[in-house]
Design a protein around this ligand. Structure first.
Ligand code: DQA
Length: 193
């Protein structure tokens, strides 16, 4: 009689575990518990694969609506998805982060090495021309990065001519629109081989 109850108990428990496994959040939790992934404080999933940070600065959340004649009509989400697809095919993972706040970008770069990020693609946007703090964060974290700009900022207003990042970047891509991000990613994939 007791054995019968034990069997029923295990049967029900197995059904519950199976049900929970099918729920996305719980599945993530189980993978976290068994250490196959870790989640950083920005909710980026860090896996065993080399992770690449895609960092975008102020106003780039408005891509697609913002000055389309200069920045194109593709949204940041579709750029992020496209890069994620390319990266996944090569067994890499993209950690996407955009912020309008300088300190958030600095903090994201500061924790990058601890998070296991190997490389970054960075468009610091307007902070390109102003932020010594973000430059210092890249130097402190020793995180190699490609500087990407949608527009050719050298051909624009004089105040955009200076970049605080170009001399410490592995490479600089500007004026290719959204394709610049893809070129940067393909270069990084080759470097990580
Ligand atoms: C930009 C160029 C910057 O000068 C500008 O402030 C941006 C976008 C680009 O991608 O072309 O916001 O980084």
């Amino acid at each position: 009689m007791t054995w019968q109850y034990v069997a029923i108990f295990f049967n029900k428990a197995a059904k519950i575990v199976n049900y929970l496994k099918n729920s996305k959040k719980i599945y993530k939790l189980l993978r976290l518990i068994d250490n196959s992934i870790t989640i950083d404080k920005n909710n980026c999933e860090i896996t065993q694969m080399a992770s690449i940070l895609l960092l975008n600065g102020p106003n780039l959340n408005l891509l697609g609506e913002r000055e389309a004649d200069i920045y194109g009509n593709v949204s940041l989400t579709s750029i992020e998805n496209r890069l994620q697809d390319i990266a996944k095919k090569e067994n890499h993972n993209i950690c996407c982060f955009q912020s309008n706040a300088e300190h958030e970008l600095v903090e994201r770069v500061q924790v990058s090495k601890k998070d296991g990020l190997k490389f970054a693609i960075a468009n610091p946007a307007a902070f390109t021309h102003t932020s010594i703090a973000l430059r210092d964060a890249f130097l402190a974290a020793k995180l190699p990065f490609i500087e990407v700009h949608l527009s050719n900022f050298h051909a624009r207003e004089p105040f955009r001519k200076q970049s605080y990042f170009s001399d410490i970047a592995e490479a600089v891509i500007c004026g290719f629109g959204e394709f610049g991000y893809e070129v940067a990613l393909k270069f990084i994939i080759e470097k990580l081989r």
